[in-house]
Design a protein around this ligand. Structure first.
Ligand code: MSP
Length: 506
């Protein structure tokens, strides 16, 4: 099995914020999970450079756009690295390989008779990097997302005959009811298509920053006609000397938020059909993460620096919070203090203390030796958990998968309280029972260490190492009776040490 996952490529007109970290962190959980299950995976993220807003910021800073992009690409590259995202390639739309591929792609659409020249006269929102119809504006004529006044543009552009693809897109949606998830997003995209499609401009005349069109170098590609192609172009040059398209394009999955649904679920499949490619396999459209009920963005003034959060809490905690703060797929409101609360109560207490207590008791009562005994009364059925987590991850239900895992963590905690090994240890007559309880705990933690690899890639190998177990995260190890009997277990260091800051905002 193969699995190819992409995040949107982010605009580099500003530094990354927690909303970008959100999609990337959750994408990594999905990819790592598939890899654990033995899938051959490819994970792509990166940045979108040829936007008008990027051009303007560069100019404001007195820099050539390429120089500006080269500088700001550094912190953007750091984002997936610091999040421990296991990306296979970080694409920049100024990569030579990408630029050449886009020209070829657009030429194919042109050769197919789908591109024509016309005069565009209308309103353009630089925030959205999109042309706006009147019914997409507020009563005062502002962009609904950015609450800014769109600019009037009048120029001769090249247009893509999107209207010619209405029937093909409807047929695609009807044949593949899981083409877009969740279902309500599928319905939204399909209704948009059924409502009639307008051709859209794929080039810009007055802007020097972008990829020149192959048949008319006086125009550059409109940023979306350049950016969307990244999902395919990367496969052609990410690994030197290899073309991964045949392997990975048929299993392409795109992750994105609802702000860019139309570009991904409508424009992109039509562009692919026009250029002679298959549409992607599946798109998952998630909601907005709202902080104090506001979409996190630079304009709303509540930017949370993700790299700073990682400095304070570590990548695992930030990832964990992303998956738990709101139900993935839905819009949801979160508070940044939630990171601290979850860090203390769930990571440090529920999980960290369970490991500390278990290792400390094995060290103390059994001199560090874990006996592999039959633990028939284990409080968690890990076969069921394995199936449940896999099914939820297949449905992109990352929050549900973690809920199920945390339910297992809590059951193990209840089991310690109920079995009270410290009482058992007082009487040698209970020696067998004590061995069984300690094994059940160590075994449960081992299976948890494996299943958590996708979510908490730093803590997971620490859990396994503390218990003297192999760090190999293969999926078949999520089962009861996985832990081996070993010697030398010592009381472990805290998995999530106490953090001294009063609050994340401080
Ligand atoms: N450059 C385009 C995408 C081109 S993809 C071919 C773009 N860039 S963006 O920087 O604006 O990133 C938008 C994406 O960032 C969203 O679709 C989502 O993945 C992520 N998010 C940004 N803010 C977010 C939230 N507040 N909540 C959830 N996701 C967020 O659009």
């Amino acid at each position: 099995m193969r699995f190819y996952l992409t995040t949107p490529i982010y605009y580099v007109n500003a530094l990354p914020h927690i909303g970008h970290a959100y999609t990337t962190a959750i994408a990594d959980m999905l990819v790592r999970h598939h890899r654990q299950r033995g899938d051959d995976t490819f994970f792509l993220t990166g940045v979108d450079e040829h936007a008008t807003k990027v051009y303007r910021v560069a100019r404001e800073q007195g820099l050539e756009p390429q120089e500006y992009a080269d500088r700001i690409a550094v912190p953007w590259r750091e984002l997936p690295e610091r999040l421990n995202a296991s990306t296979d390639y970080f694409i920049r739309t100024s990569d030579e390989g990408h630029k050449a591929f886009v020209r070829d792609f657009l030429q194919r659409m042109h050769d197919n008779g789908d591109i024509y020249q016309d005069v565009y006269a209308g309103l353009y929102c630089v925030g959205c990097e999109a042309f706006k119809a009147d019914d997409e504006l507020t009563e005062d004529g502002l962009c609904r997302d950015h609450l800014t006044k769109p600019e009037w543009i009048e120029e001769t552009n090249y247009f893509f005959r999107l209207s010619a693809y209405q029937d093909k897109l409807l047929a695609l949606y009807d044949e593949r009811p899981d083409f877009v998830l969740p279902g309500f997003r599928f319905n939204e995209a399909r209704a948009f298509i059924a409502g009639g499609l307008q051709d859209f401009s794929i080039s810009r005349a007055g802007q020097p920053w972008g990829i020149p069109l192959p048949w008319d170098e006086s125009q550059v590609t409109y940023v979306w006609a350049d950016a969307l192609v990244n999902y395919l172009s990367a496969l052609s040059y990410a690994r030197e000397g290899e073309d991964l398209r045949a392997e990975f394009w048929p299993v392409a999955h795109h992750l994105l938020a609802k702000d860019i649904l139309r570009f991904h679920c409508v424009y992109w499949p039509a562009m692919l059909l026009s250029a002679g490619y298959e549409p992607p396999k599946q798109l998952f459209v998630h909601g907005y993460l709202l902080l104090d009920d506001k979409k996190i963005s630079k304009s709303s003034g509540n930017v949370i620096e993700p790299l700073e959060l990682i400095d304070v809490y570590g990548a695992d905690a930030v990832r964990y919070w992303c998956a738990r703060a709101v139900s993935f797929g839905q819009d949801g409101s979160a508070s940044i203090d939630g990171i601290r609360e979850r860090y203390d109560s769930e990571l440090a207490n529920d999980l960290g203390n369970l490991l500390s207590r278990t290792t400390a008791m094995i060290a103390r009562y059994r001199d560090g030796t874990l006996l592999a005994v039959d633990a028939a009364d284990a409080p968690v059925d890990f076969d069921a958990l394995r199936e449940n987590v896999a099914a939820r991850m297949d449905a992109f239900d990352v929050t549900g998968a973690l809920d199920a895992i945390w339910d297992a963590v809590r059951r193990l905690n209840q089991y310690v309280t109920a079995e009270a090994p410290w009482q058992l240890a007082k009487d040698d007559a209970n020696a067998d029972r004590l061995d069984a309880v300690l094994y059940t705990l160590a075994d449960g933690l081992t299976a948890l260490g494996v299943v958590l690899q996708a979510f908490l890639p730093e803590a997971s190998p620490k859990i396994l190492a503390a218990l003297g177990q192999a760090e190999e995260p293969s999926w078949a190890r999520v089962r009861n009776g996985v832990a081996e009997g070993v010697d030398g277990i010592a009381a472990s260091e805290p998995l999530f040490p106490r953090i001294e800051l009063p609050s994340a905002a401080a």
